[in-house]
Design a protein around this ligand. Sequence first.
Ligand code: NAP
Length: 335
Amino acid sequence: MTRALITGITGQDGFYLSEHLLGLGYDVYGLIRGQANPKRPLLERTLPDVHIVDGDLLDQASLMNIIQKVKPDEVYNLAAISFVMLSWNQPELTGEITGLGALRVLEAIRLSASASPSRSKSASGIKFYQASSSEMFGKVRETPQNEKTPFHPRSPYGVAKAYAHYITMNYRESYNIFACSGILFNHESPRRGPEFVTRKITQGATRIKLGLQKELVMGDLEPRRDWGYAGDYVRAMHLMLQQDAPDDYVVGTGETHQIKEFAQLAFARLGLDYREYVRTDAQFLRPAEVDLLIADPSKAREKLGWKREVSFQGLVDMMVDADLAAEAKMQAAAV
Ligand code: NAP
């Protein structure tokens, strides 16, 4: 049975990746941080087959212990401070977790090689996936963006991800570790954190529909994003680690939509006109915005055989329907 260790198991992608790997017959371990992490009970309930291990990307020794104890075949490093706006308020912590955190996991893998000299797939026998991000392209140098497009990150998050991306490449070249980076464009789902723009819209729209909220206050509605469904993207992560040689891949839809288009479709799903309810406020503007992010996923399509299954409209509908059902359930429970 192949054994996978996932950091960031309590996040959106951690959930979908665990579900996918369990479906493939994997033995899945999930790293969870903090004493009494409030997400632990939910994780135990929704993914009872995942083995939980305690550790933190800020704590090198915990990562080394976990790698030695679990002896994973594959490690997926999804843990990060992933909310771009937060990275301006906590730039140092973002660098520590999102950037140096990847180095600490790689070091734990590298050092485990001497502890298990018999493993043969790579220096340590462990394959590594790093969750890189389209935010590394930032002030884009070309459109669409592919694996060769130079980086120009526009946030402490993007800078930290660029460090993690390069250190992954460096450990691949220096220590013969089977290390891959997936440069993933935005991907969403009903499990997206409520602080992210798509979920803020779908939650806001459903609450307005149910009379629980009067308006939705947003930042800039003009920026364009390449949005896909998280459930589709985790398949690409797994495929990267099944190839003969490690490499980096851009994963996205190749389609771009403005934030206001997302809002328009979400409100329309509920029979509402977003222009009557959405207003903008400068407090939600990013200090520096990224330009036109749009993926060229041809390499992933050709080499991994990956393609998305959920369309943009399908994604918006799925998120709105899930939020509507969740709100209605909460209302019913409160009566
Ligand atoms: P997410 O929902 O924000 O999840 C982040 C995870 O990181 C959470 O499980 C969190 O745990 C964990 N974490 C944070 N600090 C940690 C630490 N010090 N030690 C251990 N775990 C820690 O993110 P996501 O959307 O699933 O994304 C997964 C990864 O892909 C992230 O690295 C993200 O930056 C990257 N990415 C995401 C997208 C996207 O559109 N979703 C696009 C490109 C790249 P707690 O629950 O304990 O906070």
